[in-house]
Ligand binder design. Sequence first.
Ligand code: SD4
Length: 336
Amino acid sequence: MKRRNFIKNASLTGVGIAVGSSLAGCNEPAKKENESEVAINKSNSAYIPVVIATWNVKQSTSKAWETIQNGGSALDAVEQGCRVEEADEKGQSVGKGGLPDREGHVTLDACVMNQHGDCGAVVYLKDITHAVSVARKVMEETPHVMLAGDGAKQFALSQGFQPENLLTEASKTAWEKWKIEAKYKPIINIENHDTIGMLAIDSKGDISGACTTSGLAYKMAGRVGDSPIIGSGLYVDNEIGACVATGLGEEVVKTVGSFLVVELMRQGKTPQQACEEAIGRIVNKPNSNYKDFQVGYIALNKKGETGYFAIHEGFTMTKYQDGVNEQLQSDFFNKA
Ligand code: SD4
């Protein structure tokens, strides 16, 4: 939908819009005077519905957008969007085809959080492609918020999920090659695509989020990252906004990153300012070796304004808003 039509429709349907004019992200290059409004609206506009996701995942945001357009909730949207990446065997950091731990096992972490503050997560899940949907089932069908390992798998099977071998030939070959030197060094910006974290505001204005990953390649067996940890990899507060993280999970957990971003927005920061401050908490630690790892945050607030920031160059956010599905390059801390 073109912006003008959207505004017209919004005023007819009562969908609220509030175009953010004073909220230009720091990642915006300087604009000529007559360009500024358009540019700001493009990058930091405040329309709903909106879908944002970590990395370059236009097919996923497209699926999420379509889900909302068909009357789905924000939770439906983020689940459906994440499933696209989970099913894509070519993506070696999510779902089927994910790179394994150092023993050759693909283990998945995922979580969801909805507008009521309910959440569900699975950690160290094996043999089930759609970890995000299992996480949703944990939220909806159990009295718990998190299931791990064999218990998570048994639960998934009991809910009708089919077991599959997640280690594709390509990932097996990569693992065998890695074993020759067996050096564990998380790579910054793997294939310009990584863990998928997705946030959405639906047509009613409700916010939900999801995050799904195979975690860091060649991690120790049993390792769990930030992605399924509510408050670290993902946090949603329907009054305020939401945030999701990607990158070196250990560093995100140590600063409870996504909760921090939402709390900073509660204190009045824009999503952009909040993401930047949360990255600051990581890089400004006296002993931080941030040059060796990446962390990126994306966030949105209740109005539909968005923000995104990373430690290093190369992080991207995909945003579907106002009928436009686009990949946006993130600003970053390490300019040296
Ligand atoms: C993790 N945050 O397991 C995830 C993986 C990731 O870049 O995003 N890697 O730590």
